[in-house]
Every structure is written in C-alpha cells, then in structure tokens.
Ligand binder design. Structure first.
Ligand code: HEM
Length: 252
C-alpha cells in the first residue's frame, strides 16, 4: 500500500497527519449519527404522531442521512489515505500484530460502509419517499414496511460491528502493537487460525443482518436487532470475543 518516494513530499508536509485527523473527524461524524439514528431517532419516531413523524423524516432524517452517508464515504477515503501515506504499511506489515489489527478493523468498517450505501440509504429513501407521499395525501407505498425492516437490520448490525471496529482502529497503534503482550510476527498457522475464526464470525453476522441467513422476519437469530439495547449488548459481546481471539491465539 505504501505509495513510495514520489509521494514523500506529501508525507513531509504532513498529509499523513492530515489524513489521520480528517479520518477521525469524519469517523466520529459517521458513527455519531449512526448512534443518533439507533438510540435517539428510532425510539422518538415510534412515539410521534404520523404527521409529526412525516415532517421530521422530511426535514430532519433527510438531512441527517446526507451527513451520514457522505461522512461514511470520507471516513473510508481518508482511512485508505492513511494507509497510502505511511511507510510502515509496506511489505509484510499485514502479517504483523498491528497489521492484523487494522486489517480486521478495515474489514468491519468497509462492511459497514457497504451496508450504508447499498442498504440503509436506498431503503431509507423508500421509507422517506413514502412518508412524504402519504403526508401530501397520496397512497402508501406497499414496499415501505419491508424497506424499513431491511434498513433497521443493517443499521443495528452497523452498531454491533462498530464496537469491535473501533477496538481495532484505536488498538492498532495503542495496544495491539505492544510487543510484550502480543506477538510482533505471529506464525502463518496462528494467523490462519485467527483469520478463519474472525472471518466466519463476521460473515455469519453480516449474512444474518441482510437476511441471507434466516430471512428478515423476527425470530431467535434476529434477537440482536430487535432493540437498540440488544444491539449494544451484542456489540460489546462481539468486541469481547474478538479481543479473546487475540489473548488466545496471538498472545506472547
Ligand atoms: C471505512 C474504512 C476505514 C478504513 C480504511 C480505516 C483505516 C484506518 C487506518 C489505516 C488507521 C491507522 C491505524 C494505525 O496505524 O494507527 C485508522 C485509525 C483510526 N480509525 Fe479508521 N478506518 C476506517 C473506518 C473508521 C471508522 C468508521 C472510524 C470511526 C470513528 C475510524 C476511526 C479511527 C480511529 C479513531 C483511528 C485511530 C487514530 C489513531 O490512533 O491515531 N475508522 N483507520
């Protein structure tokens, strides 16, 4: 990923630092709005009258979604810039403990970005379009309830992924790089075991959230998504499980 000598002028003038700064600014905007939607807006909308809710969707949710999806795109772009502007990321970096940490964080974050742009935003457009049409006296869109459900599942899955994702974003330079605690260069076998377990966990969650596993109707598999409390509990548990993988497989 290291872009090499031609870009040294940029590293000299601090674009590496600038991308890290921009990355955290965009990242907190994205994840802050994700938590606002899940912890504040959804419960508040459930208590509003249909008229008040339609107006709030039109004036408030619409704006929030603009900042949400563009801050998500900028977070990913600046994150990739950090990778490009730093010499440390070349060669065998992704075999080292910090490399494995940031690769896991990026896997979760890019999945979240995909959920925003391919599910949450298109489905919310249907939901808000329906609210606007019915408020103006038009007929209800029969696709709206299913769209709302799919958006909710993907949004709560993003809450769940955000907990371990931030553990890895922050941990890469602050604790998973501690050579007294974690192996600087784990063996190929250790890396293999780590990645198989980490990827299976990630895949099962994502397939469950998009309905490939178990459909989208409520059921035992959908427990993590039914309330924001369940999503928070699942997110913390998932972060603990991922951290346990490090303690069991990658510890010195
Ligand atoms: C979408 C794809 C993303 C990519 C490609 C990405 C990439 C990166 C990279 C390469 C680093 C530097 C790691 C290091 O060596 O210290 C980093 C750090 C970080 N990222 Fe991300 N990231 C992404 C998403 C996010 C999101 C959604 C957040 C949410 C707030 C976030 C927050 C952070 C934070 C707080 C740091 C630590 C900064 C530091 O310790 O100096 N990232 N990210």
């Amino acid at each position: 990923m290291y872009l090499g000598a031609p870009l040294e002028i940029f590293t000299k003038y601090g674009l590496s630092g600038a991308s890290r700064w921009g990355h955290v600014l965009a990242g907190i905007t994205w994840i802050g709005l994700l938590y606002y939607f899940n912890f504040v807006q959804v419960p508040a909308f459930a208590q509003m009258s249909p008229e008040a809710r339609a107006e709030a969707m039109d004036k408030l949710a619409w704006r929030a979604l603009w900042w949400f999806r563009w801050s998500a795109a900028i977070t990913a772009a600046t994150g990739l810039l950090i990778l490009g502007f730093n010499e440390q990321y070349k060669n065998s970096y992704f075999k080292s403990a910090p490399g494995i940490s940031i690769a896991t964080g990026i896997l979760l974050a890019l999945t979240m970005l995909g959920n925003v742009w391919s599910i949450i935003w298109p489905k919310q457009r249907v939901v808000i379009g329906n609210a606007r049409a019915t408020a103006a006296g038009g007929t209800a869109d029969p696709a709206a309830p299913a769209a709302a459900r799919r958006a909710a599942l993907a949004s709560r899955q993003n809450v769940i992924f955000s907990f371990p994702m931030l553990l890895f974003m922050v941990g890469t330079s602050h604790f998973f790089n501690d050579s007294r605690h974690f192996k600087v260069l784990p063996s190929g076998g250790e890396r293999g075991v780590y990645w198989i377990i980490a990827i299976v966990i990630w895949l099962v969650f994502e397939l469950n959230a998009v309905g490939v596993i178990g459909g989208t109707d409520p059921g035992p598999l959908k427990w993590p998504y039914e309330t924001h409390r369940n999503a928070i509990i699942t997110g913390v548990a998932l972060a603990v499980v991922y951290y346990a993988l490090w303690e069991i497989i990658l510890r010195v």
